[in-house]
Design a binder for this molecule. Structure first.
Ligand code: ATP
Length: 137
């Protein structure tokens, strides 16, 4: 029996299908979920969310939120999630460069520094996910 995966953001359902395995970026490290996994509730960090289905691996970028695993149902509620082909790599490069400039110039406050670090992390996840798609072609 496969896993039923749903990835939902406040705006839309990004993914819904029966899949063979997922590897999720939990806040304390990547966790792999196969069918018959024990119930699990965890927070997610920004990272690569891998989905294996019929021998094909797809990678989504996800940014925070929660994952609930119960009875072969995996529900991910996240602030934002993108398929690799939806990612605008130029926009992510620009976001990365902006954040790096703020960090290099010395941010004006701890809050600015935290914001720039979070933006940098999001941009790097997007670039990795976008890159993983190009590698597979
Ligand atoms: P930027 O600084 O480029 O706006 P951001 O990290 O501040 O990026 P988020 O707050 O994470 O953006 O996301 C805002 C919305 O924009 C979300 O719906 C997200 O899916 C979308 N988004 C952000 N960056 C990209 C990108 N490079 N390609 C495609 N969609 C993106």
């Amino acid at each position: 029996m496969p896993l039923h995966l749903e990835v939902i953001t406040p705006e839309r359902k990004v993914y819904e299908d029966d899949v063979d395995m997922v590897v999720a970026p939990a806040t304390d490290g990547y966790v792999g979920i196969l069918p018959h996994h024990a119930p699990l509730f965890t927070t997610l960090g920004p990272g690569e969310f891998k989905v294996k289905r019929g021998g094909i691996e797809e990678v989504l970028a996800v940014f925070g939120g929660f994952m609930d695993v119960r009875a072969d149902r995996v529900v991910v509620l996240t602030d934002a999630a993108e398929h690799a082909e939806e990612i605008d790599a130029t926009r992510a490069q620009e976001a990365r460069d902006r954040a790096q400039q703020v960090l290099a110039a010395g941010p004006a406050s701890a809050a600015d520094e935290q914001r720039a670090r979070a933006e940098l992390q999001r941009a790097l996840v997007r670039l990795r996910v976008s890159e993983s798609r190009r590698r597979r072609r």
